[in-house]
Ligand binder design. Structure first.
Ligand code: IPE
Ligand code: IPE
Ligand code: MG
Length: 255
């Protein structure tokens, strides 16, 4: 993309407020170089830093990164342990930096499966950055879209049992309010790196009207230019939310 176009991204009100990314391809990136998959995961962390920096600088409101799925426990034990250690080390190194940059850190997913030490660090990171007002960085860890919907139903059921909710009809709004992302806008732009064209149990409810973007670029090779290409593609699309193209063009409807 020419530099002129890049500079324009910032001032444009059609920029995505919430970008959600499946960071895929670390293992293949390493294997292509005849290196262990761990090296790919380490290289992936460097990409995270660059993409977070870009989003903060360009006033994206929310960036959600899929770091570990509820299905990733099925990987060989050594890889799971490596990912946990990398997660811990990254938090230890980055929390202060995020805080200095006014970034609010949040986790979604079932954290009870993580070690006490890791859960404590996650809580610490959230508490330390909770009042920050620039980018909200949401890390999806042991997250699954099915889990999210189940836990929302669980919370609703508990509130009905205690009488806090009385025979209320189950509405979309009620479900929304109990998802792990209740206080966040739905993603505008979904990006999956690594060439696979699937959602892999990521934010199933929230992606209902998200624009999808798939790229073959492996996550460690994804950079700020790649992100700008994705944003450019997003901006070239007409979001209709069920309306006709004409209704949207005439601005006779609010989206
Ligand atoms: C994504 O990269 C990182 C995690 C799932 C934790 P992969 O590890 O899935 O990389 P590939 O898909 O095997 O290349
Ligand atoms: C999705 O990637 C999960 C994360 C990036 C954290 P996977 O590599 O686990 O997805 P599948 O198994 O190929 O669908
Ligand atoms: Mg993968």
């Amino acid at each position: 993309m020419p530099t002129d176009d890049r500079n324009k991204l910032e001032s444009d009100s059609n920029n995505p407020r919430h970008i959600a990314i499946i960071m895929d391809g670390n293992g293949r990136w390493a294997q292509k170089r005849f290196m262990p998959r761990a090296v790919g995961h380490q290289a992936g962390v460097k990409t995270v830093r660059k993409i977070v920096e870009y989003c903060a600088k360009h006033k994206v409101e929310v960036l959600t990164l899929f770091a570990f799925s509820s299905e990733n426990w099925r990987r060989p034990e050594a890889e799971v342990s490596l990912l946990m250690a990398l997660f811990m080390a990254t938090l230890q190194r980055e929390i202060n930096k995020l805080d200095r940059n006014n970034i609010r850190l949040r986790f979604i997913g079932d954290r009870t499966a993580f070690s006490d030490k890791l859960q404590q660090k996650m809580a610490e990171g959230e508490a330390q950055t909770q009042n920050n007002t620039a980018l909200t960085l949401v890390v999806a860890a042991n997250y699954g879209g099915h889990w999210d919907i189940c836990q929302a139903f669980q919370k609703v059921a508990e509130k009905m049992a205690t009488g806090e909710l009385k025979n209320q009809a189950i509405s979309e709004q009620l479900i929304n309010q109990h998802l792990s992302t209740a206080d966040l806008p739905d993603p505008d732009l979904f990006i999956r790196t690594g060439g696979e064209q699937r959602v892999s149990n990521f934010m199933l409810w929230q992606l209902a009207y998200t624009e999808l973007y798939f790229t073959a670029t492996l996550w460690p090779d994804f950079d700020q230019n790649s992100l700008e290409d994705a944003i450019k593609s997003f901006k070239s699309r007409q979001r209709r939310f069920g309306h006709t193209s004409e209704q949207v063009l005439n601005k006779s409807v609010t989206l």
